[in-house]
Design a protein around this ligand. Structure first.
Ligand code: ADP
Length: 476
């Protein structure tokens, strides 16, 4: 079960933290102010007690016989009259003012006997009295003087101050709460805005991005990180779409070949051995298909940098023979001649299955686009560094202005997608990509007298390869 404090939103949390911090700060401030003011007031009261003490000699007058007469200043209606007592050093009270007579100083006798210059606070009824007892020589006579002042006024003022501070605190906290809430709401408004924008981004609208008003602040940073994530997500989705398209394209040709083998097999009655041979050949194709599916997955992983392709020595002549046999049935249906020219062994490096599939795409195109009765030739040849296979046909060729574009994904070189020759415009781009990840190149060679020549060039087995050539390239 979620506790109530776990349900609160960030705005409320921020406000609570803010109010909490405010309470602590204000309480410390109020305590500081109170301590400072009460300390000052207490010191002022002590100073006045010392002043009272020092004014005492002015109250005395010496007689001719050396004894002292004591007078009390009762001018201004006794306003200057002090709370004072005078004792002899042996503990006899010599004099006390009218105020002291009316309100005896508490514990005065005990304090007078000590006379240690200390100031003590003594409770008398509801009030507290502060008393200073000290020794002083007046006209050469040692005396003990005792002055007192009530703390009532000081305590009253301090009480008022404390009340003001205490009453002000809830108001200050309430104001802080309201201000904090508004501040938090204002600060979090862009987050709400971002959440709204993020909510509207769906799998179909992954190209949308969150607005980044200030890339240097925290929210701008968050939006940028989110946008980066969206970018990666979009790339993954795109990759998935591409993979699905590639898989369906790559599986189409082998499936057509498989179907053709089956159809040819059924066309006339055969003996058991012939049927067995046909089924064996179909099963072989099925195995290849399974391999192809595995390899397509490997391609897709290689594209994301997760897997490496095999590096093996491939006899290109033998590969050409194998593909010609494999697609021979399709050529036969169009009464085309599909021959592999014998020029001797040519060895290249790469992933055999991936390259086989690329060559199948090229030969399949040659069959598809060449007219009935056309000629298709496969030729393996080599230069100093490269091992090559040419796929030469007598089809319509590719016009110069389309020569670069045909390698683009979904480009059909002027053919419509729904045209009579079926296709997706993916074969060449997949083949080009597959050959390039194997460190090779797929080019369309210039031809004279019609038709087209596609050339796969691979690193020659045994020839040194530059690291550049091995670099993975992606299909545009
Ligand atoms: P698809 O064959 O599925 O359309 P490809 O990527 O294999 O896709 O080919 C792209 C385009 O290049 C084709 O639509 C076609 O116009 C052109 N093309 C490819 N191979 C040949 C060829 N051997 N002869 C003539 N045109 C070709």
């Amino acid at each position: 079960m979620i506790k109530w404090w776990q349900q609160r939103n960030v705005r409320l949390s921020l406000t609570l933290w803010y109010v909490g911090a405010m309470v602590v700060v204000l309480a410390v401030y109020a305590a500081g102010v109170f301590t400072f003011v009460s300390g000052n007031a207490s010191n002022a009261l002590d100073d006045r007690l010392h002043e009272d003490l020092l004014l005492t000699p002015a109250m005395a007058e010496q007689r001719p016989d050396g004894t002292l007469d004591w007078y009390e200043d009762d001018s201004e209606g006794g306003k200057n009259s002090r709370w004072l007592q005078i004792w002899s050093p042996d503990g006899h009270r010599i004099f006390r003012t009218g105020v002291a007579e009316r309100n005896p100083i508490p514990e005065s006798e005990a304090l007078a006997s000590r006379a240690d210059s200390s100031i003590v606070t003594v409770p008398t009824g509801p009030t507290m009295v502060r008393i200073l007892t000290d020794r002083l020589d007046v006209y050469g006579k040692p005396l003990v003087i005792q002055v007192a002042r009530p703390e009532t006024a000081m305590r009253g003022q301090l009480g008022q101050l404390a009340l003001m501070l205490l009453l002000g605190l809830p108001f200050a906290v309430a104001a802080a709460g309201i201000g904090g809430y508004r501040l938090a709401r204002r600060a979090l408004a862009p987050v709400e805005h971002m959440a709204g924008s993020a909510r509207s981004i769906t799998a179909e609208r992954l190209s949308d991005r969150l607005p980044v008003t200030n890339p240097n602040d925290e929210l701008g940073h968050l939006a940028s990180v989110f946008n980066d994530t969206l970018g990666r997500l979009e790339a993954s989705f795109e990759q998935m779409r591409r993979f699905t398209a590639d898989v369906s394209h790559e599986l189409r040709t082998p499936l057509t070949a498989l179907r053709s083998v089956g159809e040819v097999g059924l066309r006339e009655r055969r003996d058991e051995a012939a049927y067995r041979a046909i089924i064996a050949s179909m099963l072989e194709e099925v195995d290849r298909l399974a391999c192809l599916v595995d390899r397509l997955l490997a391609w897709s992983r290689a594209e994301t940098g997760q897997a490496r392709l095999a590096q093996e020595v491939i006899d290109l002549h033998e590969l050409a023979e194998e593909v010609a046999t494999y697609l021979g049935v399709l050529a036969e249906e169009k009464r085309q001649s599909l021959v592999v020219e014998q020029l001797g062994a040519v060895r290249g490096m790469g992933d055999r299955l991936v390259l086989r599939q690329s060559l199948i795409n090229l030969v399949d195109n040659a069959i598809k686009y060449s007219p009935i009765g056309g000629d298709i030739r496969l030729r393996a040849l080599e230069s100093q560094t490269a091992a090559m296979i040419d796929v030469i046909d007598t089809g319509p060729g590719i016009p110069p202005e389309l020569r670069v574009r045909v390698f683009d994904r979904y480009d059909r070189g002027g053919q419509s997608l729904s045209g009579e020759i079926g296709g997706t415009g993916l074969g060449l781009s997949i083949s080009k990509w597959a050959i390039e990840v194997n460190g090779g190149h797929l080019t369309l060679e210039p031809t004279t007298g019609g038709g087209s020549t596609f050339r796969i060039a691979l690193p020659r087995a045994g020839a040194a390869r530059s690291p550049e050539g091995r670099r993975r390239k992606s299909v545009a």
